[in-house]
Design a protein around this ligand. Structure first.
Ligand code: B3K
Ligand code: ZN
Length: 884
């Protein structure tokens, strides 16, 4: 075999690198350079001889020249840290192949050929958890986005769709269960202690959806009958001993399958659906066709070890991955720039599902909170990108809140403008038109346009422009007329200094101050830089409720008296708008307080308005407790920082904590009564019992802020009386932030009680790293040396360090120790698991929006990382852009 090192001619798979990149910089891939593949692979057969330290892979590709391609004779097979052991074309060994970096190139004379490649991989040595890797003695795969090329050579791009046949064999004692995509067609024993299985997936799919799992697993089994009467076998596979914690996942799967039939007319298309839980996983879960692989965190749940939020997350992620079967698998993406085609749409689908399963109002508030705390900062920082990015260096860095959550908001706006029925006609058309294809965001928009009758011409700007549109609202009143003036600007972002106005659908209502009612909600669409909207029939100035339901992902500036917000916080019939009024009341006050511009009298008046609204929330008998709990939550410090051009995290934290303590003292009696009432409600999974648990810990949090002694007393009682994880974790969270003797006692008890349960021990790490405790950084450093800590398990690494990075007290320590902690972590984790390491960079990348003394320290930390000699592409891209 001769391995030529000459550089290859650019072809459709070498997406063009920028001219003369700096020496260390990875090539930039551009959306506009897309070319169809020169070769297609209609069929692939894979043979795995499984071993933990070495797995041999033989892959047979039936390749065919693509009539829509450029006619190149060269077949490019992507690889990553693999070498070919042997290579055959049409059954004959060949030597005239060459390597171009990690890729294998082969010139093929005919229109179709059979290419056979053998490779070997070491799953135990795969700490990146991409490709084939070992987790707790089992073997599993993760191929999205570009992991398949770490298993075998292949045109590893989502527009190459193949029918897969997989054979695997391995030690029966070690790997009693052998799974792959599709249906199991044959299995047997070899008589030497090994066994084998063959799987066939009838649906053509891209390589990123390939999956294989082998290990000692047990299943929770159930069946589902689809709307056309087909019986589907469902299995949730876990390690022996965990099967008692799979019921909620199975219930959620069955509910998802039913819901997708009813809400989107989508029926499941195989006779088998497998879900496998693995402990070592880079993200939440993966939608591999017929064989979803999940982080244990989103499968295992029982009342003793999982909180209500954990239950919701299991339901949401099970739904999300299942919904991908249509939005992602049956219709997949042409290239990775189209990621939001499947992710934005699937997030919207899982949001609508969860809203239907529980409280739609609370779900909407939670979704907006995530958007504002994760996506808004991304959109206003150095890593801002459109939901359909134009370029990337490492695609793993683009699985972002922008692509996922803003992507979902953009599609939700189309739904709002069309109405749910017409939107459904649009999605039906999209699925019918593109089933079996690798599609683009443009295909989606066109189908929605054709199916709904909407004109989405200018709306497409939401796909191409980054940045959160800023709206400024004015309401004037004269005679019987109210005139609303709305102005928008879309801020400049890296590479996009000038923006155009986007269409912004705004649901609004105008309230009569005396009756507390309105005469119907309206939808206006602001589609220029500035516009006015006239409303007649108002003898007195109405109170405006705008962007109800958060109908557009925009930031709104609307100066108005605090009493209007108090009015809406008490009267708005849109639950999101009611929450929003409460938030705005607090944001207005805290932003003014942080700016140092409040006189004592103004501070007093601001607090009094908030106190009155807060007391009304605690007492309102018409509110259910789940919603009451939402209304009690103060805006996140990251969201407060977002309101300021340059933020002082220390001042924000101090003011927010001071307000919390003031509310705790001011409403002490009502909070104690609320806590007592909630303590009296027995455990149940129903909304009332869940609501009681939610307000229980919320009340405790305020009580402790106002009076640490009383808080500690109630928290330790709640901790010991708890018969479920929601209450126990809530109590421990409050204790972890207090400097009281009960803190250490409860933490020790928690660790001892749950040792051996990895997901609960993760909570133990997170609670301490996330605590607002004066010595939190010391605690985090000590925990990094704890016997239960390991850097190689992403859940554990994130439990400790992501909690610290998100904790303003730890991260924004004035001396820069928090930045150093995260900088050191990135440098240590990068060689082990670059994808996970890169996720920590954006917190440091916020330096431009932080006060100068801290900004210098943050930047210095980024520079220290950049000076590392062998950074991964993942970390290098994020750090370079963050230094900008
Ligand atoms: N599609 C996967 C994400 C894969 C991430 C790869 N870095 C999970 C999901 O969004 O459903
Ligand atoms: Zn997804």
């Amino acid at each position: 075999m001769d391995i030529a090192s000459r550089p290859a001619e650019p072809d459709e798979n070498t997406q063009i690198a920028d001219a003369a990149p700096p020496p260390q910089a990875p090539p930039v891939i551009h959306r506009e350079d897309y070319l169809p593949p020169a070769w297609l692979v209609p069929e692939i057969t894979l043979d795995f001889r499984l071993g933990i330290d070495e797995t041999r892979v033989t892959s047979k590709l039936a390749v065919r020249r693509n009539p829509a391609g450029n006619g190149a004779v060269t077949l490019r097979l992507n690889g990553d840290q693999i070498t070919p052991i042997s290579l055959k074309v049409d059954g004959e060994h060949v030597n005239d192949w060459r390597l171009d970096g990690p890729d294998l190139l082969l010139d093929l004379p005919g229109a179709q050929h059979l290419v056979e490649v053998e490779t070997a991989v070491n799953p135990a040595g795969n700490s990146q958890l991409m490709g084939l890797y070992a987790s707790n003695g089992m073997l599993c795969t993760q191929c999205e986005a570009e992991g398949f090329r770490r298993i075998t050579f292949f045109p590893d791009r989502p527009d190459v769709l193949s029918i897969y046949r997989v054979r695997m064999s391995g030690d029966k004692a070690r790997f009693p269960i052998l799974l792959a995509n599709g249906n199991c067609t044959a299995q047997g024993e070899n008589g030497d202690g090994t066994h084998w299985a063959e799987w066939h997936d009838p649906w053509p799919k891209p390589s990123y959806l390939f999956a294989l799992v082998a290990g000692d697993l047990v299943a929770n089994h159930a069946t589902f009958t689809t709307m056309s009467g087909r019986k589907v076998d469902l299995n949730i596979w876990v390690r022996p001993g965990d099967e008692g914690r799979t019921r909620h996942a199975m219930d959620s799967l069955i509910a998802s399958m039913k819901w997708d039939e009813q809400a989107f007319g989508r029926e499941y298309d195989l006779d088998l659906f497998n879900v496998v839980a693995v402990a070592d996983f880079n993200m939440g879960a993966m939608e591999n066709k017929g064989l979803n692989v999940f982080n244990t965190r989103y499968v295992l749940a029982d009342p003793e070890t999982a909180t209500d939020a954990d239950y919701d997350a299991v339901e949401g992620v099970i739904g999300h991955e299942y919904f991908h079967n249509w939005s992602g698998n049956r219709v997949t993406c042409r290239d990775w720039f189209q990621l939001s085609l499947k992710e934005g749409f699937t997030v919207l689908r899982d949001q609508l599902f969860s809203a239907d399963m529980g409280s739609a109002a609370v779900k909407r508030i939670e979704d907006v909170r995530v958007l504002r705390s994760a996506q808004f900062p991304e959109d206003s920082g150095p890593l801002a990108h459109p939901i359909r990015p134009d370029s990337y260096q490492e695609i793993s860095n683009f699985y972002t809140a922008t692509v996922y959550n803003k992507g979902a908001e953009v599609i939700r706006m189309m739904r709002t403008m069309a109405g749910p029925e017409r939107f459904r006609e649009g999605t039906d058309l999209y699925f019918a038109r593109h089933d079996g294809e690798a599609a683009t965001c443009e295909d989606f928009v066109r189908a929605i346009e054709d199916g709904t009758g909407l004109d989405l011409g200018r709306f497409r700007l939401w796909y191409s422009q980054a940045g959160t549109p800023q709206l400024s609202i004015r309401l004037e009143h004269g005679g019987t007329r109210a005139v609303l003036t709305a102005t928008q600007t879309v801020p400049g972002t890296p590479g996009q200094p000038d923006k155009q106005p986007v269409p912004v659908p705004l649901r609004l209502a105008l309230f009569d101050r005396d009756t507390g009612t309105h005469s119907g909600e309206r939808l206006i669409v602001l589609d220029k830089a500035s516009d006015t909207f006239v409303f007649d029939g108002f003898a007195k100035p109405p109170v405006l409720s705008i962007n109800r339901g958060f109908s557009a992902p925009v930031a709104i500036e609307f100066e108005r008296p605090a009493q209007d917000l108090v009015f809406l916080a008490a009267h708005d019939d849109d639950p999101f708008a009611r929450y929003e009024a409460m938030q705005n009341l607090v944001v207005q006050h805290l932003v003014a307080a942080v700016g140092g511009g409040l006189s004592e009298a103004e501070r007093g008046a601001g607090r009094a308005a908030i106190g009155a609204a807060f007391a009304a929330v605690l007492a309102d008998p018409a509110l259910d407790d789940l919603m009451r709990g939402e209304l009690m939550i103060l805006p996140a410090e990251s969201y407060l920082a977002e309101q300021l051009l340059v933020a002082d995290p220390g001042a924000i934290h101090a003011e927010r904590e001071a307000l919390k303590a003031w509310l705790g003292r001011e409403c002490a009696a009502a909070l104690a009564a609320l806590h007592d009432r909630a303590v009296g409600v027995a455990y149940g999974r129903d909304a009332a019992a869940r609501g009681a648990r939610k307000i229980k810990t919320q009340a405790l949090n305020y009580i402790a802020a106002g009076d640490a002694g009383e808080g500690a007393r109630r928290a330790i009682a709640q901790y010991h009386a708890a018969d479920n994880m929601t209450d126990r974790q809530g109590a421990l969270m409050v204790l972890a932030s207090l400097d009281v003797p009960e803190r250490a006692e409860a933490l020790a008890d928690f660790h001892q009680r749950y040792q051996g349960n990895a997901l609960v021990i993760d909570k133990w790490f997170s609670l301490q790293a996330g605590a607002f405790h004066p010595h939190v950084l010391e605690h985090v450093r000590a925990l990094a040396g704890h016997g239960d800590f390991t850097m190689s398990n992403p859940n554990r690494a994130r439990a400790l360090y992501m909690a610290a990075a998100m904790n303003p007290v730890a991260f924004h320590d004035a001396g820069g120790e928090g930045y150093r902690l995260i900088g050191d972590l990135i440098r240590r984790l990068d060689p082990i698991n670059p994808q996970t390491a890169a996720r920590f960079v954006p917190s440091l990348g916020r330096w431009r929006r932080i006060e100068p003394a801290r900004a210098v320290l943050m930047r210095a930390e980024l520079e220290r990382i950049a000076a590392e000699p062998a950074l991964s592409r993942d970390v290098l891209e994020q750090v370079t852009k963050s230094l900008g």
